[in-house]
Design a protein around this ligand. Structure first.
Ligand SMILES: Cc1cc2nc3c(=O)[nH]c(=O)nc-3n(C[C@H](O)[C@H](O)[C@H](O)COP(=O)(O)OP(=O)(O)OC[C@H]3O[C@@H](n4cnc5c(N)ncnc54)[C@H](O)[C@@H]3O)c2cc1C
Length: 379
């Protein structure tokens, strides 16, 4: 995780923009001012006071957060994957539970770690596959009593009739098969009703006991957006025009997961990295155009779907690639899909770091992988 993260302060230093640490919390659109909240130390002491910043153009790109759909017990009992802190919490919990199971194994042969992942979208599917692979690797480092495929029991619950609902049926069927080959139990059409400290209960009364439960079932916009006095959808996203301008606001724009942008066919631009990337690119070009020509860009933003790839571990991926010819899509799987998945990751790094550094980092990563444990082993 720490090897992949690119700090905003470093990016700002290298790309000539200013990074200000703190949370955007309030807006005075009339006077073109935003308020950045005070920053507190761990002790609760305020170390940086609240600040006001003025703007001539404001672009809001605050992403999204978990949507629990008012499911009782979901927020309190599950781990979500909103950021590095959540991922670290999950990793530590997994390690502790495996240590517990390892110590119990001799006395109680049936003991294991039950992991429930709620939500069979790309995040849930990738997590299930990566977890199976990571848990096998943990066992190389001293968990001698546990059998990875039998004792780390991973169950993926999905409310829709199949996993990966927005992707083509063939992708979902292949992903299901690959997950089941990895001893991951896939339960479609399962509507979670409530979650207790150690059980997930669905609407049919079926009970799924767990030691770790991950919520990957949906996202919504951060709650503070609804209090800014800007137009929002029922799920809290900012309503934007097809020029990514917040409706009714001349100099306020929104992009990425927090923006609700309706396409020509009436559907919404999906909350994906490729959409956020395209929107940032569009807005950058339109600001430059406006600055040089003194008038707004004419062409509206159009979302282009280049396909989706879902990683199923180090050796395999599955997905579709969209061609420009009559909107045709190609189904890809296995090593080729994995190669494309890794190339996409490198493309992202190339876009923010430049190609020389991306190549250097890619070579360094191969060397590091050969010489260290592939999983982080400390608690
Ligand atoms: C586990 C996981 C896996 C994913 N995998 C894929 C994938 O494989 N492919 C894909 O296309 N998409 C994937 N996504 C979705 C993708 O990450 C998002 O669609 C994309 O990051 C959205 O970009 P964004 O800039 O809108 O928001 P983000 O990337 O979430 O960035 C928002 C930033 O705003 C900051 N922020 C939030 N509130 C405030 C505030 N009040 N003040 C200041 N800063 C604030 C946040 O800390 C964050 O750094 C994944 C998402 C998750 C959670």
């Amino acid at each position: 995780m720490h090897r992949e993260g690119l700090p905003y302060a470093m990016l700002a230093h290298q790309n000539d923009f200013t990074f200000i640490y703190g949370s955007f919390s309030r807006l005075d659109a009339k006077n073109k001012i935003i308020v950045v909240s005070a920053v507190e130390a761990h002790s609760g002491n305020e170390i940086i006071p609240e600040r006001e910043l003025s703007y001539s153009k404001l672009c809001i790109a605050v992403g999204s957060t978990s949507h629990y759909f008012n499911t009782p017990g979901a927020a309190e009992n599950t781990i979500s994957l909103n950021g590095p802190g959540d991922a670290e919490q999950f990793r530590r919990e997994m390690l502790k539970q495996m240590t517990w199971a390892e110590n119990q194994k001799e006395r109680t042969p049936d003991v294991g770690v039950d992991v429930i992942i709620i939500g069979g979208g790309a995040t849930g599917v990738e997590l299930a596959a990566e977890l199976r692979e990571a848990s096998s690797r943990y066992l190389d480092y001293g968990f001698r009593q546990l059998d990875p495929s039998k004792d780390i029991r991973i169950t993926l619950l999905e409310g829709a009739p199949r996993i990966l609902p927005p992707l083509p049926e063939r992708v979902a069927a292949t992903a299901t098969k690959l997950l089941e080959e990895r001893h991951i139990k896939v339960v479609p059409a399962c509507r979670v009703e409530r979650i207790t400290r150690d059980q997930v209960i669905d609407t049919s009364g079926q009970v799924y006991p767990y030691q770790i439960c991950v919520w990957a079932a949906g996202i919504k916009a951060p709650a503070f957006l609804a209090k800014l006095g800007l137009p929002t959808t029922p799920s809290g996203q900012l309503e934007v025009t097809n020029r990514l301008q917040v409706k009714g606001q001349a100099d306020i724009y929104a992009i990425g997961d927090c923006a609700a942008c309706v396409m020509a066919d009436g559907s919404r631009v999906p909350p994906r990295a490729q959409a956020a990337h395209q929107q940032a690119d569009y807005l950058y070009r339109s600001f430059i155009y406006e600055h040089r020509r003194g008038q707004s860009v004419r062409a509206a933003y159009i979302y282009r779907d280049y396909g989706s790839l879902v990683s199923l571990g180090m050796a395999s991926s599955v997905g579709t690639l969209m061609g420009s010819l009559k909107g045709r899509s190609w189904f890809v799987r296995g090593g080729l899909a994995r190669m494309l998945y890794v190339s996409l990751h490198l493309l992202h790094h190339g876009a923010v770091l430049g190609w020389a550094r991306t190549c250097g980092l890619a070579i360094a990563r191969v060397l590091v992988r050969r010489n260290t444990a592939l999983v982080k082993l400390h608690y």
